[in-house]
Write a protein that binds this ligand. Sequence first.
Ligand code: PHE
Length: 343
Amino acid sequence: MNKMQDKIRKIYEEIEAFTTDRKDDLEQFRVKYLSKKGVITGLFTSFKDVPIEQKRAVGQALNDLKKKAQEKFNTIGDQLKKREDKTESVNDVSLPVHFQEPGSRHPLSLIRNEIIEIFSRIGFTVAEGPEIEDDWHNFTALNFPEEHPARDMQDTFFIEKDPDIALRTHTSSAQIRAMEQRKPPLREIYPGRVFRNEAISARAHCIFHQVEGLYIDENVSFADLKQALYYFARELFGEDTDVRFRPSYFPFTEPSAEMDISCNICGGKGCNICKYTGWVEILGCGMVDPDVLENCNIDSEKYTGFAFGMGIERITMLKYQIQDIRLFFENDLRFLKQFTSAI
Ligand code: PHE
């Protein structure tokens, strides 16, 4: 092998071993091997002095060398460019932000949790029942007479034509299950979803949520009921809140009442929310009817109890001054986002 081929081989090896992650080094590489004044051009210039019989082999080696240098330059150049693009996209402060929206609790969950929390402070624990119920737990055990209008097809969604199985119309069914399964003293609340076959409007929906409560022990009185609910109303709506009880009717409580709070919007002066009465209704309640206790094998001579039930949508609408119940189910982010700062 002549001197020229030897030189070409050495340079070839040099080029093969070359690597860098710096642009300047690559530029130096280009100047050294590929520029007009570079090593390879120099070799081509001295090609004329190669003896004729070696010209073919040396020419071939020279071409390979040039190809190799060019390839090396291109590959490293591409790599550096890719890296640069990446870091540029990280550093470019003008690029749009990939903002991850933080999730937030639904307003109904917020109020449900608040209700649970308030009652837990006075000793109530949480229990739940099934959404698909039988007639016994939803109606019969609760003293609904056969012909009671609430059993009417108008109000109840029945499952597959079986008149015994329906979507529960209230969470009072969970109270029956509790009294059947656990014995007094009982102090529980039952949050859950309920279903009624009603036309959807700004004030009514066919799906909504309730929290019902039950307290059964010896000597539980109507005064205890008032005390617990008065505490609840003031904790939820503020300590200036006034309450009043109006006689009412539920098949499963006797006596029964509805509780109003002083309108938290106008402070009792009168506005369109309270229809200028100064009061808004927030729940139904009463002393558990002795027949209901007996239906659940609880001795009504020994035990008495109170029960109450409220709609979470209604309470939430009052608390946040929301005018249309349908908003809760539409999941419009413009609505939901207003509750992000709440816990
Ligand atoms: N279950 C009743 C309703 O759905 C509410 C209620 C519960 C009333 C407990 C009195 C006692 O309207």
